[in-house]
Structures are given as structure tokens and as C-alpha cells.
Design a binder for this molecule. Structure first.
Ligand code: EPZ
Length: 430
């Protein structure tokens, strides 16, 4: 199993190209199930989760051509992929596939909208929390679907003439359930109004793509989304938006190691709350025409408190990375996680590097220390793993991060991007 070996202490200087967003690419790929035409996605990151979803979509009948086989890649980091689902080959998403990647549960929306039925395995819990699917089932029921749970599977059936537009208010904000309801409503009869919708940029990106396919969606990016159902969708070409979590992760790495890095191909507007928080720690951040520049000089990292919230609040997907930064602050910071109930697995591992963190319920109290010291560590999810990489970059000596497959799910060419900025990072295969 691969590991990442980091020798800490170097400041980061240079340019890091930001990839397309994993969490936009996944629902966009799933949207290809809604049409018999070709959906072409540009700027698709090369990640284990994307490859996994390609296999799952293949099972449902999606034909996939990477870079159209003849097209040249725009640059090393971006791929153009064509998805064509002439007919749905199978409306079942089996346990073996769904249990590996939670987002694959989202196929339930398009399958139900296009074929009138779907049999999708319940995804089960995962390392960061129980992550139930009740909101998905309520939303689809509101659209007229009949839902039955049997043997670990959700059997969903649409009414005879197809799903029916409806008004539904989510009792809690859910990114995935918003994606699914929006996709399902595109082909429903009549108008759907989704209230208390997730406002994440990835929801807006999906709506923009669906509209390019002929859907009639307005209000995405706000709390109320209106979807006027249409009879069918066509193909489209769409560019995946930049990964705001990758952007924030590298920004936090620079804030921790010091240095001067330009993050190319991203947009500061995608993560304003996180960048404002970083500025309060003492980093200088400026938006450039094609991305943003982050500079940190001096040795002092100021402590700042954060509370994770749905967009536009501080993202839960940057909580672990920010905690890594706070381990070296000049005081005490409090980090409160409100989205997932078990997203503190990095705490014990950061402690192995010398961090002083105490947990009380959903709040971590982080007392900054003057130095971290390298150690072997591991983590059980993607963002926790990368927080250990960030801490390792700032620690003295060698840190070995085990279970690199978590990083490969969400960070494209991590070690290459960091090495180009002067970090000593290498992948060790066994
Ligand atoms: C998306 O997950 C992201 N995943 C997550 O990123 C991200 O952490 C999360 O949104 C929050 O921003 C993708 O986009 C692929 P939710 P999702 O439904 O949609 C509860 C990463 O590291 N809930 O918004 O699954 C749920 O348990 C990942 O890239 C219900 O109670 O998140 C959680 O507490 C991890 N019932 C809260 O809502 C439901 O039916 C928000 O979850 C659905 C969700």
C-alpha cells in the first residue's frame, strides 16, 4: 500500500494549478443518465472517485470516452470526457458499488426520472458519520415516487405518467439531496419548488449544466430553486468549476509553512469565508485574474475560531486542514463541527505530531504549540488525510502518511503539485 513521506520545514513557493472540483464532477457525471445524447465534461479531475463513478455509470449503460480518444488534452491536469447513455441498461445500483462511494446513491434521481424506476442500495454509514438518506427519500416521495425499502435496497417507482412537480422544503440543508431532487425534477410533469436548498457552488454548477442540456432551472445558488419540468434533455458541453476545497487546502498549507504561492485556475469567490478566516490568521491573500495568491511571512500564526456551516459558511471539508494550521498558532482556537457528527478523526493523529487538542462534543480546543515533530500517521477519510500532509509539511523531520488511497480519492497529483513548490514529498510504494 502506498504511503506519502514528507520531510517538513520548507516554505512553499511557486504556482499550483487547481483541478476541476471532485464534488461538482460527480453529480455532473451522474446527470449524463438523464439524456440519450452525449454530455461532454471538460476539466474533469483524474481521481479515484471519478474513476469509480465511471465504472458505476458504465453498469447503468453509459458509454464513456476519455478525451474523445482523438482530442488533445488542454493541460496535464484536465481531462475532457464524453458520457453517452443511449439507453439505461440497468436500473439497479448494487451494494458492492454504492457502498464504495456514497455519491453513487445519487443515481436514484436520474434513473427514476428517466426510467420511472430505480433500485439502489442504501449506502450505509461512513467514517465521518451515519449519513442517512431520509431527506432524499422524502424529496422523491414529494415528487410522487413510491418508495419501499427492502433487503438494504431502496425500490423507487414513479407514478405512471412520470414524476410530478411539487413544492418541498428540506428540514435540513443537504447538498446531495438538493442535487438529486433538482435532477429528478428536470423531467417531472409541472413545476417543482425546492426550499431550503443547498447553496454550494457545486449545486449552481450542476444547474448550469442541466440548463445547457435544456432544463429550466432558476434560483440555484439561493435557498429556493424552481425547476420547470421538460419532456426531455439533450446533450451539452460543460466545464467543471474549480475545486474550492483543493484551493483552500493549498492556501492553508502555505499559511502554515510560510511562502508565496499562486493558485492558478481557481476563483477566490468560491471560498470567501475560508479565505477571510485565513487572512485573520495573518496570511495575505489577493485575488488575481486567474486565481489567487497567498503569501505568509514571519513565524506568527494568529488563532481564529471557526464553526463549520453550509455554504456560504466555513466548509466542513476544510475543517481538518484548518485545525492542522491552528496547531501552530500563537494561542488557543476553538473549532466547532456542525455538519457531521464524527469528523474529528484527525485529532488523535495530529496529536502524534505534538499537537495539543482536546475535544468536547462537537468542539475542539486547539492550543498552539511552537513546533510539531514528524511521525508516522494515518487517517480514515480524505480531508483528514490531507490535514496530516499539511501538518507534516510544517513539522520537523519526517512524517509518513499511511493509507494514501484516501488522498487519491480527492487530490489530483498532490505530491507533484507540492514538490514543484519546494516541498519534500514523495510517494513510497511497497
Ligand atoms: C457533500 O456530501 C460532499 N460530497 C461532502 O464532501 C461534504 O462534506 C458535504 O456535502 C457537506 O458540504 C460530495 O459532494 C460528493 P450533505 P453530502 O447531504 O451531500 C445529513 C468530501 O470530503 N443528511 O449535505 O453527502 C448528513 O448526515 C465530502 O469531499 C441527513 O441527515 O452531504 C450530514 O450531517 C465528504 N439526511 C448533513 O445532512 C440525508 O438524507 C449534510 O450532508 C442527507 C444528509
Amino acid at each position: 500500500m502506498d504511503r506519502i513521506r514528507i520531510t517538513g520545514g520548507n516554505a512553499l513557493r511557486g504556482i499550483i494549478p487547481i483541478s476541476g472540483a471532485k464534488n461538482a464532477a460527480l453529480p455532473l457525471m451522474i446527470a449524463s443518465l438523464l439524456t440519450s445524447d452525449t454530455l461532454t465534461l471538460e476539466n474533469v479531475p483524474h481521481l479515484a472517485d471519478v474513476e469509480g463513478l465511471m465504472r458505476i455509470l458504465g453498469n447503468h449503460g453509459v458509454d464513456i470516452a476519455v478525451n474523445g480518444r482523438r482530442e488533445r488534452q488542454e493541460n496535464d491536469y484536465s481531462r475532457t470526457i464524453h458520457f453517452t447513455c443511449r439507453t439505461i441498461a440497468d436500473t439497479t445500483a448494487p451494494y458492492e458499488l454504492v457502498s464504495k462511494m456514497r455519491a453513487s446513491f445519487w443515481v436514484i434521481g436520474p434513473l427514476l426520472a428517466r426510467e420511472g424506476r430505480a433500485r439502489v442500495s442504501l449506502p450505509g454509514g461512513c467514517a465521518i458519520g451515519t449519513r442517512p438518506v431520509d431527506l432524499f427519500l422524502e424529496a422523491l416521495t414529494a415528487l410522487g415516487a413510491d418508495i419501499e425499502i427492502d433487503g438494504g435496497y431502496v425500490n423507487a417507482t414513479a407514478p405512471k405518467g412520470g414524476l410530478l412537480g411539487a413544492r418541498y422544503r428540506f428540514p435540513k440543508v443537504s447538498v446531495g439531496a438538493t442535487h438529486v431532487m433538482m435532477m429528478a425534477a428536470t423531467l417531472a410533469n409541472g413545476t417543482t419548488v425546492i426550499e431550503n436548498a443547498a447553496r454550494e457552488p457545486e449545486v449552481l454548477d450542476l444547474a448550469n449544466c442541466l440548463n445547457a442540456m435544456g432544463a429550466k432551472i432558476s434560483g440555484a445558488g439561493t435557498k429556493t430553486i424552481t425547476v420547470e419540468g421538460v419532456a426531455s434533455l439533450s446533450g451539452a458541453r460543460h466545464r467543471v468549476l474549480p475545486d474550492r476545497i483543493e484551493t483552500g487546502t493549498y492556501a492553508m498549507a502555505v499559511a502554515m509553512t510560510g511562502g508565496d504561492v499562486t493558485l492558478e485556475g481557481t476563483d477566490a469567490a468560491l471560498l470567501e469565508t475560508a479565505l477571510d478566516t485565513l487572512r485573520q490568521t495573518g496570511a495575505e491573500i489577493t485575488a488575481t485574474e486567474t486565481g489567487l495568491r497567498i503569501v505568509r511571512t514571519g513565524d506568527r500564526i494568529l488563532p481564529v475560531d471557526v464553526v463549520t456551516e453550509p455554504f456560504p459558511g466555513f466548509p466542513t471539508d476544510l475543517q481538518a486542514q484548518f485545525m492542522a494550521l491552528m496547531t501552530r498558532s500563537s494561542g488557543v482556537s476553538h473549532i466547532t463541527e456542525t455538519i457531521f457528527e464524527n469528523r474529528f478523526m484527525h485529532v488523535q493523529e495530529l496529536a502524534r505530531l505534538g499537537a495539543r487538542i482536546s475535544l468536547s462534543g462537537q468542539m475542539a480546543r486547539v492550543e498552539g504549540v511552537s513546533r510539531l515533530k514528524g511521525a508516522p500517521v494515518m487517517a480514515t477519510d480524505l480531508r483528514a488525510s490531507v490535514s496530516l500532509v499539511i501538518a507534516g509539511l510544517a513539522a520537523e523531520g519526517e512524517t509518513v502518511v499511511n493509507r494514501v488511497y484516501h488522498l487519491d480519492r480527492g487530490f489530483e497529483r498532490l505530491e507533484e503539485k507540492l514538490t514543484r513548490c519546494g516541498a519534500l514529498v514523495e510517494r513510497v510504494s511497497e
